[in-house]
Design a binder for this molecule. Structure first.
Ligand SMILES: [Zn+2]
Length: 705
């Protein structure tokens, strides 16, 4: 049976299911078919039942198709309103149900939700493909694009026309038929290769390597938590009385950091950095070479010299050369610092009488000793000053001092879990901005990590502003009896970070869905990371970091420690990150679709930049999931790019002498958050800053100069 038949069968089955449902359930009972009768029209979580999703998804796709058909079948000459605007407005019903469903599958899932997800995902992907491959639709969009200069469009209309045209063009819609066929073939091969890469990596990480310890003395140095974890992991594999360590970071890193036994550290780390490179049937070298080769072909079919140019063309950096230049500037500053870190650690080794030269598997172990000596932040001493409610109020206060906005707690709002808090964001004059959901604690139905998302995006409909419904989801420790939820320093930063994404979503304004709030990947983390700067600033800390029992303001010596800790091990962190970013860039800068030997390739790439033998790139080729199957190809650099932006942006406040500088804040809000989609990332940034970002503030923050 081919794939198409399977999908058709699935559609038939779902339609049958839907028909059955509709006997029991009238459309008028399904909240997705009705106007939400709730405060601020937030989703009526209390009325949504799992059975409502599938009929709503099917209806959403049906309506979306009808909307597309009416664009295509319109006999009038294509223009901005009847084509671009109509397309921009299409799919709202589907977006509504998707926004609720896909957010809740992450934060409040169950088996039925998961079953619906696996049913609906392939259908949605076919639905999306059909639209982007729709020749008649593209023809109309192209007509408008070709005549855009004669249509009297304003700047925003022009931008939306160009964006949509490029979206289709980048997917190959503008290619002649036979080239489209070739592209389809490449895409399908690439997707299979990506899946194979991922499967191999999973086996190499979880199955093919284990470090089993049966003698207690080999655990020397490890904290109890790591020992207990390893003991539980061993029991699960029926290895009672032993300890099991794996290549998963939560198991690997503590072992490298604390295990005194050097040989075992080497064994484990070797297992890690050889993943996918063991010459067995899970080896990823050949797959990687094929992917790199096919990506050159794809980029050239689409009119680019190489894959990096194709990807980065859509980003703020614009060209691979700009990224390379930027990375090399930071590299030159970071490498000497990493070398100094080596010297510092070698001194400890020599002092302890170790007769060896520092190796990559020693780095975490000796860095931990340096950290203890110079930067120790004792979490137990810190935590009482960072109760969840104090941190939350601290971030609200920061937003208030910068933007004049307030957050007012709303009661009796529909929520999907009783732990969720809801706030109304208001302008200083009381005007409504949007709604913010805060979902703090872990539970079985929630995935790990922290993120910010929206149940409804800001926008405009028939001249009326649609206000956003934003949600921040975390996994912080729950309160325990008398003790409230106390955050670690990392978690405190996480909350400020996600709140930054939240402010971006709340402030977003723009007439068109395609551009409003829509920023390139190397810009996305600017609004979030910039907020972390305030979290750690002494003046801000004194306003919110208060002892949960006594109300005592955090002592100055802890503030000093927090600020110093940001510079620990930064030579290493920056070097291993940039090494991986440049490796990524090298693979995607290939201008010729040829066979490569990936081991040689990696070696040459690292030798070229002078990477020191004590450090490996954060990801080596055969387990660099971000770039081979994770959607970050030619884009691993983006985190650091955004770090330069956020450090530079905050530096503007700092050097003005007022970290709450209202004038700067309103410029940042307008250009970098509210209207960030109105023009290219760099243009918007320069409107705020008056100049391009400098790397100096980041170097200073990381102690690299
Ligand atoms: Zn983020």
């Amino acid at each position: 049976m081919n794939k198409k038949t399977v999908i058709l069968m699935a559609i038939t089955l779902i339609f049958l299911g839907a028909c059955k449902n509709s006997n029991k359930q009238k459309e008028t009972d399904n909240p997705f078919f009705l106007v939400y009768n709730t405060p601020f029209e937030v989703p009526p979580f209390d009325k949504i039942d799992t059975s409502h999703y599938m009929p709503a998804f099917l209806e959403g796709m049906k309506r979306h198709n009808a909307e597309i058909d009416s664009i295509i079948n319109n006999a009038a000459e294509p223009n901005f309103e009847n084509t671009i605007l109509a397309y921009d407005k299409s799919g709202k019903f589907l977006a509504n149900v998707s926004n609720v469903f896909f957010n809740l599958t992450e934060s409040s899932s169950n088996e039925r939700m998961q079953a619906i997800a696996s049913e609906i995902n392939p259908l949605l992907s076919v639905h999306g493909d059909e639209i982007i491959m729709n020749e008649k639709l593209f023809k109309k969009i192209k007509t408008v694009f070709d005549k855009r200069n004669e249509m009297n469009l304003d700047a925003q209309q022009m931008r939306v026309v160009e964006k949509y045209f490029r979206d289709f063009e980048r997917m190959g819609a503008n290619l002649p038929k036979e080239k489209q066929e070739e592209l389809k073939k490449i895409n399908s091969e690439l997707s299979t290769l990506g899946l194979d890469f991922g499967k191999n990596l999973l086996a190499e990480t979880n199955k093919n390597f284990q470090l089993i310890i049966d003698k207690k003395e080999n655990l020397e140095g490890l904290p109890q938590g790591a020992i207990d974890g390893a003991s539980t992991a061993a029991k699960e594999k029926k290895l009672d009385g032993k300890w099991l360590f794996t290549l998963d970071k939560p198991s690997l890193i503590p072992f490298l950091q604390y295990a005194k036994n050097r040989e075992l550290r080497e064994k484990l780390y070797r297992g890690y950095f050889m993943k996918g490179n063991n010459g067995n049937k899970f080896d990823n070298k050949e797959i990687v070479a094929k992917i790199a080769k096919l990506r050159v072909k794809k980029a050239q079919l689409l009119g680019f010299d190489n894959y990096a140019s194709y990807v980065i063309d859509d980003n703020m950096a614009k060209t691979p050369e700009a990224v390379n230049q930027f990375l090399m500037k930071l590299w030159k500053a970071a490498l000497p610092v990493a070398k100094k870190e080596v010297v510092e650690m070698q001194k400890i080794i020599d002092k302890e009488g170790g007769k060896f030269k520092l190796q990559p598997w020693d780095w975490w172990y000796y860095a931990e000793k340096v950290r203890k000596e110079k930067y120790d932040l004792d979490e137990n001493e810190m935590k009482p000053y960072f109760s969840l409610s104090n941190v939350r109020d601290g971030m609200f206060l920061t937003a208030n001092k910068l933007y004049g906005i307030t957050f007012e707690k709303l009661k009796d709002m529909p929520v999907y879990n009783p732990d969720v808090e809801v706030y109304e964001a208001k302008e200083s004059n009381g005007n409504h901005i949007g709604v913010l959901y805060l979902d703090y604690f872990p539970r079985e139905s929630k995935r790990g990590g922290a993120w910010c998302t929206s149940f409804r995006n800001a926008g405009w409909e028939n001249g009326k502003k649609i206000t956003p419904v934003v949600s921040i989801v975390c996994n912080f420790t729950k309160p325990n009896g008398e003790i409230p939820s106390l955050l670690t320093w990392d978690e405190t930063n996480t909350l400020f970070h996600e709140f930054g994404h939240g402010l971006h979503a709340l402030f977003t304004d723009g007439k068109y869905s395609r551009t409003a709030g829509n920023v390139p990947r190397d810009y996305v983390e600017l609004p979030s990371q910039v907020m972390e700067n305030w979290a750690g600033e002494a003046e801000v800390l004194r306003s919110y970091a208060k002892h949960y029992k006594t109300g005592e303001i955090i002592p100055e010596k802890l503030i000093e420690k927090i600020q110093k800790s940001g510079q620990f091990n930064q030579g290493f962190e920056t070097v291993e990150y940039i090494a991986a970013s440049l490796l990524d860039l090298d693979y995607h800068n290939l201008n010729e679709s040829k066979d490569i030997n990936v081991e040689e390739f990696e070696k040459t790439a690292m030798a070229k930049i002078g990477l020191i033998p004590e450090i490996l790139p954060r990801y080596r080729t055969t387990y660099f999931s971000h770039i081979w199957d994770g959607g970050y190809s030619a884009g691993y650099y983006v985190y650091l790019w955004a770090a330069v932006l956020d450090a530079d942006a905050f530096n503007a406040f700092k050097t003005s002498g007022d970290i709450y500088n209202k004038d700067l804040a309103s410029k940042f809000r307008k250009n970098c958050l509210q209207e960030c989609g109105d023009d290219e990332g760099m243009v918007q940034y320069k409107k705020f800053r008056g100049q391009e970002p400098s790397i100096e503030p980041l170097l200073k923050r990381r102690g690299l100069k």
